[in-house]
Design a protein around this ligand. Structure first.
Ligand code: MN
Length: 302
């Protein structure tokens, strides 16, 4: 018999620019889905001139940041010297590895809109100290069936593979419908999965789902049945259960408290991560690592 899916409520969190977003991972009841260890859903929202996303320069270690842009435009700048505008339908994938810094800003001084998901992928032990890298993927495979458009953001599905370079067995799909639609999504049975509605409402294998709830499925499933009655969009993530204990603190994913403390000292001293040029927002200050439960991230994670 199939295990009952778990409903996990996202919480609201604030990111740079005073933007309130929904944070679905990490969750009190579930830290990871495969190697996916963080999931923020921003928007859809419209903002006045000067608004939108303004996350000043900040560092990362031990993870990849994976940004899926649905509406709006955000400028990514990093300490490798990359400056990349991400536009709708594109993925930005930044591999922090041993360390990188970046900033993300909606175009300054202009009114606009924003709808995006930003996820982190924990790097496995053998890859987590690799050199940092950044890539923009302007084209992801699209499969259309039953009224749904399935965009393969990461991994493989429907016989199509995403070009995004990842280091664990995982999958990420954006599934959108403009009206009444049905779709059976074949799954890799060894993966665990989770679904998050980004707009509208979708019934996922009998569970009514709307934005703000992450629906988790344990390994052993062969497919999910999606049904929408009107325009809707759903993000599906999955992967081999991550077999390593990770520590997530602020913008760092590591294994030991000392690694986190060292990264905090290095960033606040202006060392190791390099400089990000051109961001209109001020650099963020890493919170001191004192008497904390390293499994719970403080507010202000970006
Ligand atoms: Mn970041």
């Amino acid at each position: 018999m199939k295990a009952t899916p778990e409903r996990l409520e996202a919480r609201s969190a604030e990111i740079g620019g005073g933007l309130t977003i929904r944070r679905a991972l990490p969750n009190r009841h579930r830290r990871t889905v495969g190697a996916w260890c963080f999931l923020d859903h921003a928007g859809p929202m419209k903002f006045a001139a000067g608004g939108g996303m303004h996350v000043g320069p900040h560092p990362h270690i031990g993870l990849q940041t994976f940004t899926w842009m649905i509406e709006g435009e955000v400028v990514h700048r990093d300490s490798l010297g990359n400056e990349q505008v991400i536009t709708p339908g594109q993925v930005n994938l930044m591999t922090a590895g041993a360390g990188i810094a970046h900033a993300e800003d909606s175009a300054p001084g202009r009114a606009g809109e924003l709808h995006a998901a930003q996820l982190w992928i924990a790097l496995p032990e053998r890859e987590r100290h690799r050199p940092p890298a950044f890539r923009n993927y302007p084209h992801l495979p699209l499969v259309e069936s039953g009224g749904f458009g399935a965009r393969v953001l990461a991994g493989s599905a429907f016989g199509q593979a995403s070009p995004a370079e990842v280091y664990s067995p995982l999958v990420g799909l954006d599934l959108s419908a403009t009206g009444r639609a049905t779709l059976r999504v074949p799954l890799e049975p060894s993966f665990e999965h989770a679904a998050l509605v980004l707009s509208g409402a979708v019934t996922v294998s009998g569970e009514a789902l709307s934005p703000g709830t992450l629906l988790y499925f344990a390994p052993g499933r062969e497919e999910l049945a999606l049904r929408s009655e009107s325009a809707a969009r759903l993000l599906l993530i999955g992967g081999t259960p991550f077999g390593e204990e990770i520590l997530v603190w602020w913008n760092f994913v590591a294994r030991t408290r000392e690694e986190i403390a060292q990264a905090t000292r290095d960033w606040n001293a202006g060392q190791r991560f390099g400089a990000v040029h051109g961001s209109p927002a001020r650099p963020l200050v890493a919170p001191e690592v004192t008497g904390l439960n390293l499994r719970s991230s403080p507010p202000g994670v970006t």
